[in-house]
Write a protein that binds this ligand. Structure first.
Ligand code: SAM
Length: 278
C-alpha cells in the first residue's frame, strides 16, 4: 500500500493517468479510498471515515452526519454513498440529515455575508427533484438554520453527531448553524469532524478571517471558552490534499467522554510509521 501511495502522489504523467482511472473504480473499500485519496468527494470521505473510527473506539455504534446547505443534493448523494461503504467496512451505522432553504440564499445581512459574491436566490432546491435522488432514510430539514437547529433534536432524536459539512456560504447563517452545538452530551461525539466549503476559494471570493465562514468560526471561538472549532493541523503538511485547509475539529472540552482514552496501540502504529520514514 505504501509503495502504491508513494507512486500515486508523484506528479508523473503515468501516475496521474492511473489515479484518474482508479478514481472511477467504485469497488474500493472506504479505508483504501481515504488512504489513496480516491473518493469523488475526498474531504467528505475523510471526515466520515475518521469519525466512524472515533465512534468505534468509543464503542458507539451509530453516528449522525449533517450537511448544512444542500441545494441540488450533490453533496448529500455522495454522503449516502460513503455511508454505505462505512457500514460495510466498519459496521458503524449512519443517519444523514441535510439542512437547507427551498429558495436558496437569503438577502445578505451585511458585508460579512460577502454581498459582492453571494446573492439572493442562488442555489435553490427543487424538492421533487431532490426527493428522486436521495434515499427515504435521508432526512432533509427545510427552513432557516437559526430555527431548525433548535427544533432538530426533539423532532429526530438523532444519533451522536460525528460530522458536520458546512456549506451555508454566509457569515450570518454559518454562525447561526453553530446553535447545533447547544444540546446534551449524548447528542455528540466529544470531537466532531467539520468541513467548511467556503474558506479557500479564488481571487474573486477573497475569503478571509473578517468575513464569511472563517469569521463565523472566529466569533464562535470568541464566544465559547470550553467549545472550540480548530483547524485540523495534521493535514496541513500533506500537500496532496488541496482541501487540507477546509477540515476543522470541533472540541467540547467539557463533554463527558472528552477524556476517554482512545490511544490503544495507535501510538505504536505512529511510531512504526515514523521509523519507516527515517
Ligand atoms: C452552496 S449551496 C450548497 C451546495 C451543496 N452543499 C452541494 O454540495 O451541492 C448553499 C445552500 O445553503 C442553503 N442555505 C443558505 N442559508 C441558509 C440558512 N440560513 N438556513 C438553511 N439553509 C441555508 C441554501 O438554501 C443553499 O442550498
Amino acid at each position: 500500500m505504501k509503495i502504491i501511495e508513494k507512486f500515486l502522489t508523484q506528479k508523473s504523467f503515468i501516475s496521474q493517468v492511473l489515479l484518474k482511472f482508479l478514481k472511477k473504480w467504485k469497488y474500493f473499500k472506504i479505508s483504501t479510498e481515504v488512504k489513496l485519496n480516491l473518493n469523488t468527494k475526498p474531504p467528505y470521505a475523510y471526515c466520515m471515515y475518521h469519525s466512524a473510527l472515533l465512534a468505534k473506539k468509543l464503542n458507539i455504534k451509530k453516528i449522525s452526519v449533517l450537511e448544512f446547505g444542500v441545494a441540488g443534493g450533490n453533496g448529500i448523494v455522495q454522503i449516502e454513498k460513503i455511508a454505505e461503504k462505512i457500514i460495510n467496512e466498519l459496521g458503524i451505522q449512519i443517519e444523514i440529515y441535510g439542512f437547507t432553504l427551498k429558495d436558496g440564499l437569503q438577502n445578505p445581512v451585511d458585508f460579512r455575508d460577502l454581498p459582492y459574491w453571494w446573492n439572493f436566490g442562488l442555489y435553490p432546491t427543487l424538492t421533487d427533484d431532490l426527493d428522486t435522488k436521495i434515499k427515504k432514510t435521508t432526512k432533509i430539514i427545510y427552513g432557516d438554520v437559526k430555527d431548525t437547529t433548535k427544533t432538530f433534536f426533539k423532532q429526530y432524536n438523532p444519533a451522536p453527531i460525528g460530522v458536520i459539512f458546512n456549506d451555508l456560504d454566509y457569515f450570518s447563517s454559518t454562525l447561526n448553524s453553530f446553535e447545533i452545538f447547544n444540546n446534551e452530551d449524548h447528542f455528540y461525539l466529544p470531537r466532531i469532524f467539520c468541513y467548511f466549503d467556503d474558506i479557500v476559494g479564488t481571487e474573486k471570493e477573497m475569503f478571509n478571517e473578517f468575513t464569511g465562514e472563517l469569521m463565523a468560526i472566529n466569533k464562535f471561538n470568541e464566544n465559547n471558552d470550553q467549545k472550540k472549532i480548530c483547524l485540523n493541523r495534521n493535514l496541513i503538511p500533506n500537500s496532496r490534499e488541496n482541501w487540507r485547509y477546509q477540515i476543522y475539529y470541533y472540541h467540547n472540552f467539557n463533554h463527558k467522554n472528552y477524556n476517554d482514552y482512545i490511544g490503544d496501540g495507535a501510538q505504536k502504529e505512529i511510531e512504526d510509521e515514523l521509523k519507516l520514514k527515517d
